[in-house]
Design a protein. Structure first.
Length: 278
DNA sequence: TCGGCACCTGCCTA
DNA sequence: ATAGGCAGGTGCC
């Protein structure tokens, strides 16, 4: 239920970038919607009023935690971020967000995504404030390389443009990926230029309901090597095959909700290293 | 397959 | 304060 969710822990766990905090309320852009949630009361209001469980309040968190709690390490990760949830984001925004995230950092990702919204997104009024919505795939597919580069995308500009085009013209149907299994979905997503295994895992976990996705980024690889070197052997740098193998071993261990385990561990490790969030 | 390397550029740190 | 290295990877050879 919604009151079990800790908004600070959830927003500040590296899943989303277009959120800001003001006067006890968190505001976030999600596709063509803006979501406001009051801290402490967790009272939600949205721009479009559409019914959409963004915070995954309907997840049976008790069962999920019971499932993933396999050892002392994950147990302490769960304890240190109570109320942390996986979010259910707008798929297209999620795709662009994580293409943008490659070889970058949270602060810069946020700056770049804000620039993209400012340049291409529709302006709306909500809660007495102005917001820029996330642009459509059509808008970004038609953007010029210079316009995209001006947002700070750098060499990722062409990835954003071609991914937007692939999605706009229907070559990739993101919503359809919600109803296929993990492997089918990851095969489809990694066809998109600029999306490798790690970014595909993020998209699957954060927007396409694949709770068994376990993104293995630099931080998670470091984390698994630090705490789980007895259980899994993974190199600093993973080849395609080694990523697949590690992912399989890890999800065999943590189970169907491995993605939640990943999020707790990721959050814990970044907090230990005092890394900044939003 | 695997390993090595280039890559935009804003942010952070020494 | 300011220059230089680095950052939640990926594609290409």
């Amino acid at each position: 239920m919604i009151n079990d969710i800790d908004i600070d822990n959830t927003i500040n766990s590296g899943q989303v970038f277009l959120w800001k905090y003001n006067l006890n309320i968190w505001y976030g852009v999600n596709g063509d919607n803006v979501i406001a949630i009051e801290k402490n009361t967790n009272k939600i209001s949205t721009f479009t009023h559409q019914k959409y469980d963004f915070f995954r309040a309907e997840d049976n968190i008790t069962e999920i935690i019971h499932n993933i709690k396999k050892d002392k390490i994950i147990e302490s990760a769960i304890m240190s971020s109570p109320g942390l949830r996986i979010l259910r984001q707008d798929p297209f925004q999620c795709v662009i967000s994580f293409i943008t995230s490659s070889n970058s950092n949270i602060q810069k990702i946020k700056t770049t995504l804000l620039a993209i919204c400012n340049k291409f997104g529709a302006e709306v009024n909500f809660c007495g404030q102005k917001f820029k919505l996330f642009p459509s795939s059509e808008a970004l597919a038609n953007a010029s390389m210079k316009e995209l580069a001006d947002c700070g995308l750098g060499y990722r500009s062409r990835y954003v443009k071609s991914a937007s085009y692939d999605i706009f013209n229907g070559m990739i149907d993101l919503n359809k990926l919600k109803s296929v299994d993990y492997h089918t979905a990851i095969d489809q997503l990694t066809k998109i230029s600029g999306i490798g295994q790690k970014i595909a895992d993020c998209i699957l976990l954060f927007s396409l309901d694949k709770l068994d996705a376990f993104p293995l980024d630099r931080w998670m690889i470091r984390c698994m090597r630090k705490y789980y070197n007895k259980l899994f052997q993974l190199d600093e740098k993973l080849t395609w095959k080694k990523y697949e193998k590690a992912h399989e071993d890890i999800t065999d261990y943590f189970g169907a909700y491995s993605g939640y385990a990943q999020q707790f561990l990721f959050k814990m490790e970044r907090d230990i290293q005092s890394k900044k969030w939003l």
